[in-house]
Every structure is written in C-alpha cells, then in structure tokens.
Write a protein that binds this ligand. Structure first.
Ligand code: PEP
Length: 296
C-alpha cells in the first residue's frame, strides 16, 4: 500500500542534476539510486486549528508545485491535529494533492468506552496513510509504555494505517553513552510480534529527545550511527530483506540548512520535522533537500 523499498532510478533525473546532486555519500545505493524512497514528514503537534491547517497545507502544496516537486521521488506527509484531518482530507481530495497525511496518535483499542481516544479505524476512514506512535511527547507527558506502544503499532496495522514508530534517548542516557542500547530496547519492544511484511512497511523515526525543539541537532554521524544500529537490529529480528526495506527517519531540530547533510547518510531515509514544518517555505526547503546537496 505504500512505497517503501521502491528504488528510484538515477535515470529519472536529468544528467546535469544527477552530477550536482549525488556524491558518494548521499543516501544512495552504490549505483546512485535511493535505496528507499525518501520520506519527509511534518509533525504539526498541537499547532494549527482546522482553518490555519488548511492555509498551511495550501501554501505548502503551492510552494512544492512551483518548484515542480516530484512526489514519487521524495514522499511528503503531514501530521496535523485530529481536528484538522477532515479538512485536510477534503483539500487533498479536492485539489488532487500528492501529500500524504496521518494522525499524531491512535488508540490501541478498536472502539468502545475510551473517552478522548481515536481509533485507527477512524484514521483509515479519513484517508490517513500514516500515524505517529510513541512520539517522545506521548511517552513522557502521557506515560505511554513500550507495551502500550507495541499495541498501538499493531492497532495501526490492523486498520490499514502505517505506523511511524518514534524511538530515541533523553539527554542523561546520551551522556551516559547507553543511547544505542536504550533506543534498540524501545525498538524491540515496539516491533514485537510484527510479521515480516509489517516490519518492512513500518517507518521508524529516531528522535533523540534532547534534540527535539531545542535547536540542538544530532550530527549526521550520530543520526547515521543510530539508524545503522536500528537497521542491524531489524535484520536480526526480521532478516536482511526486511531490514533493507524499512524506512528510517531522523528527527530533532531539522531545518532547511541541515536536512541535506543528514539525508546524505546512507541509513537515514527521511526526516521527521516539528517546528520547521509550520513554515511552508522552510518545510518545502527540507522536502527539496536534493537541490541543496553538492557532490564532493
Ligand atoms: C518532533 O516533534 O518530532 C520534532 C523533531 O520537533 P523539532 O523538529 O521541532 O525538533
């Protein structure tokens, strides 16, 4: 149902663009094609009411249309508040936009006496392709445990919505040097019991908590270190074919001026963007990361 694992051939770009765009270190396979379709996701958090949300999405779509953005080459998704989703669906359908959208959370249950919660079934019905699961703000503010998040990942798949499972360490853990173990533990708990097919479709976002909304950005090497460790763990759990398909994102103070360097890393297939996704020009700049890359 979605495009993870699809190879985007080098031949789809004009030669002049390729030579400017691809260096040896870009997120590519050895032959210069993306290993997985890059995914640029904007998490609006609790910003933008349903009227503001429509304006933001329209401006983003116009900016990307002016730039002749090829959505089949770099996928774009936004994660608005629940109350915006119906309006977003109407705009996307009405204007035939190729921007995907999703919820910021879902219930682990399908229906019933769960006041305030939203079923994956409702998200599916609104045309949501994705849903965030386990964003650090849900883990900390709402005390969501790894067990609950695993149930939410499964609920998303049950309802035909692709989960974007967020993992990542806080500052103390990073300073103690146990960030890889910590993050892989969150990963293992989050993906427990998934089928190989589900694991291949899953998106994992590595978001070091100390870099979210702080202006502190993990260096490209840090993002690569963790994404490589996540991919290796997925290989152990599900096999090499699956691990080669799962898309891994980095999130934490990504902006137009640092996205290109992060996305050059081989195991980083995209970015999850908070603050900068509220500015359509800045977010479009991140989506257009290839045009900022300069071959070494
Ligand atoms: C986020 O909310 O997932 C995030 C990465 O936020 P920011 O880009 O603002 O750090």
């Amino acid at each position: 149902m979605q495009s993870s694992g699809r190879q985007v051939a080098r031949g789809s770009l004009p030669a002049e663009h390729i030579s400017r765009t691809f260096g040896d270190y870009v997120t590519t396979s050895a032959n210069g094609a993306f290993d997985r379709t890059p995914f640029i996701a904007g998490n609006w958090k609790m910003n933008m009411d349903h009227v503001q949300g429509i304006t933001l999405l329209q401006k983003l779509a116009w900016t990307l249309s002016d730039a002749k953005h090829d959505y089949s080459r770099v996928e774009v998704a936004v994660f608005p508040p629940f109350t915006d989703l119906r309006g977003v669906q109407t705009l996307v359908q009405g204007d035939d936009l190729h921007i995907a959208y999703g919820g910021q959370d879902l219930s682990q249950f399908d229906s019933g006496a769960y006041t305030g919660d939203i079923s994956g079934q409702f998200l599916n019905k609104l045309g949501c392709k994705y849903v965030l699961v386990g964003h650090s703000e849900r883990r900390t503010i709402h005390n969501e445990s790894d067990e609950v998040l695993n149930a939410k990942v499964k609920a998303a798949f049950r309802h035909g919505v692709v989960p974007v499972l967020c993992v990542g360490e806080g500052l103390e853990i990073r300073q103690a040097g146990t960030h890889v173990d910590h993050t892989l533990q969150q990963l293992r708990a989050g993906v427990a019991g998934l089928t190989n097919e589900q694991a291949a479709e899953l998106v994992v976002a590595y978001e070091p908590v100390w870099a979210i909304g702080t202006g502190e950005v993990a260096g490209p090497e840090d993002a690569q270190e963790m994404c490589a460790a996540i991919r290796a763990e997925l290989e152990t759990l599900f096999g090499a074919d699956v691990a080669a398909k799962t898309r891994l994102l980095y999130g934490g103070s990504v902006k137009g001026n640092n996205a290109g360097a992060i996305l050059r890393e081989r195991d980083v297939d995209g970015v999850l963007v908070g603050g900068a996704s509220l500015d359509p020009a800045e977010f479009a700049n991140i989506v257009r990361f290839e045009s900022h890359l300069v071959a070494d």
